[in-house]
Design a binder for this molecule. Structure first.
Ligand code: FAD
Ligand code: NAD
Length: 463
């Protein structure tokens, strides 16, 4: 077996792993990265990027389809559109391929050695990798576990046949006629909305009393309204019990049972950390529930072994993994770093989109000081009206005594990009007065942020 020695070994080339390896390469650290699949991990190959491509394709198709129905409020009409879904998927695959090449190129430019294969621990400093051109034994001073996560399977409804995970949903040959989605969280609603816009009859089965239970009801309500308006059936307080082919049995809110038929049953009930099948048990690491336990420097309980990204817990988001990866590379390079971020933004790319940064009103209410919450609705925002989308609002959560922003949330069409302004405000320790005294360009949806701050100060202009 060929042997390799390096300073840093990264397992998994998802957003956490590849960012860590690139940053380490920038410091001149001798780095090896091992990936069992393709560069970019879940996010690039079967997650963030392909799902957002599908959502964009669905939005485009839906706009034309609405015009064809003669119901377009802008007075636009056209013939009924047709969809070559194979071409849509090929377009999405093209974006993924281009970015696969991009990540590989960035790693190469940073001087990182890239191995394709599955790595398995021999001990805390050594891993074996089976590659297509032979086996390698890698000795490293430090190892970063960035193995990510996998879809959770329901024991009573295992994957296979017409029961699919998000991975298969993003690679279907055709739009299913009837799609039942079990789990009305991030993936279920992002993909459910996209397939509904592409023409599928969609039913969402959600166990909690509301869809997107990770957000408060004020944020999820506009999404629920829009789903209903589009004919998506949403069953809350409902659990999927069993499936027989495409026939799904559901326990309904009143404790009774209902049955529904589907061409595809998409299970999106969460993801679990990828911690098995690569000899992790040999290290005897501390765990935190199903996740690898880490401290504020992403150190595990074993010296020289770090863990980053989804394998370390919630929130399982690509930008958290990347920020952790960057930090770990800097620590390995000898810099003094610790996790000190004020917030990790969360965005749900539904229609309308939800953005949440920092504390929700409920979380802030647990503080020892008084909290003030105020919101500005998009129906009073000129730009929102010109986009024919007046649903939603932007909300600020502040300390009542000194007006320090603790949290900013919003729900509205296409507001994902506002997350940068929200995050920056929190990281810079902005107060309401800072937002109020910043000129926000007109006409933009960002003015709703400005107005929410003004409203909280008691002098909104446009409401
Ligand atoms: P991953 O991206 O999961 O990468 C881990 C890599 O490690 C994989 O490529 C795997 O093959 C490899 N690996 C595992 N074990 C081994 C081994 N033993 N040897 C070698 N390689 C190994 N997040 C967002 O922030 N925004 C979004 O819009 C978003 N959309 C999503 C949509 C979907 C459908 C899904 C499924 C997820 C989405 N996510 C989104 C979540 C995001 O994809 C993850 O948070 C992110 O990919 C985690 O990065 P990671 O580096 O921890 O792990
Ligand atoms: P999720 O946690 O967002 O949602 C799972 C949902 O399934 C929950 O609402 C839960 O109440 C419900 N549920 C659980 N068991 C059920 C059952 N038996 N029957 C009916 N409903 C049930 O999980 P997900 O949608 O699978 O996404 C996984 C993770 O991927 C997310 O937590 C997020 O971290 C990440 N992700 C992020 C984005 C984004 O940032 N835009 C997009 C997609 C995925």
């Amino acid at each position: 077996m060929d042997e390799i020695t390096c300073k840093l070994l990264v397992i998994g080339a998802g957003p956490g792993g590849y960012t860590c390896a690139i940053r380490a390469g920038q410091f001149g650290i001798d780095t090896v990265i091992v990936e069992a699949g393709k560069p970019g991990g879940t996010c690039l190959n079967i997650g963030c990027i392909p799902s957002k491509a599908l959502i964009h394709a669905a939005d485009t198709y839906d706009t034309v389809a609405r015009a064809a129905e003669g119901s377009h409020p802008l007075g636009i009409s056209t013939a009924k559109p047709s969809l070559d879904f194979g071409k849509t998927i090929a377009w999405k695959d093209g974006i993924v391929r281009r970015l696969n090449g991009g990540v590989a190129g960035l790693l190469q430019r940073a001087g990182v050695r890239y191995l394709t294969g599955r790595a398995a621990f021999r001990d805390g400093k050594t891993m074996a990798v089976e590659t297509t051109d032979g086996n390698r034994l890698i000795h490293a001073e430090s190892i970063v576990i960035a193995t990510g996560s996998e879809p959770i399977e329901l024991p009573s409804i295992p994957f296979g046949g017409c029961v699919i995970s998000s991975t298969e949903a993003l690679a279907l040959a055709e739009v299913p006629g009837k799609l039942v989605i079990v789990g009305g969280g991030y993936i279920g609603l992002e993909l459910g909305t996209a397939f509904a816009k592409l023409g599928a009859a969609v039913t969402v089965v959600e166990a909690a009393p509301q869809i997107l239970p990770q957000y408060d009801g004020d944020l999820s309500a506009p999404v629920a309204r829009r789903l209903r308006a589009r004919g998506v059936v949403v069953l809350t307080d409902a659990k999927a019990l069993a499936a027989n082919g495409g026939a799904l049995t559901i326990e309904t809110a009143d404790g009774g049972q209902a049955a529904t038929e589907a061409d595809k049953i998409l299970i999106t009930v969460g993801r679990k950390p990828a911690t098995s099948g690569f000899g992790l048990e040999r290290l005897d690491l501390d765990i935190n529930g199903p996740f690898i336990a880490i401290d504020d420097r992403c150190r595990t309980s074993m010296r020289g072994v770090f863990a980053i990204g989804d394998v370390t817990g919630e929130p399982m988001l690509a930008h958290r993994a990347m920020a952790q990866g960057e930090m770990v590379a800097e620590i390995v390079a000898g810099r003094r770093r610790a996790w000190d971020r004020v917030s990790i933004p969360a965005i749900c790319f539904t229609d309308p989109e939800i953005v949440s940064v920092g504390l929700s009103p409920k979380e802030a209410d647990r503080s020892s000081f008084a909290v003030k919450t105020e919101l500005f609705p998009f129906r009073a925002n000129g730009r929102a009206l010109t986009l024919d989308r007046e649903d939603g609002f932007i909300r600020t959560v502040v300390r009542a005594d000194n007006h320090l922003l603790l949290g900013i949330q919003g729900v509205g069409a296409g507001i994902a990009e506002l997350s940068a302004a929200f995050s920056l405000a929190l990281e810079m320790g902005a107060r309401l007065e800072d937002i109020a005294l910043t000129i926000h360009a007109h006409p933009t949806q960002s003015e709703a942020f400005h107005e929410a701050a003004l409203k909280s100060l008691g002098h909104a202009i446009h409401i």
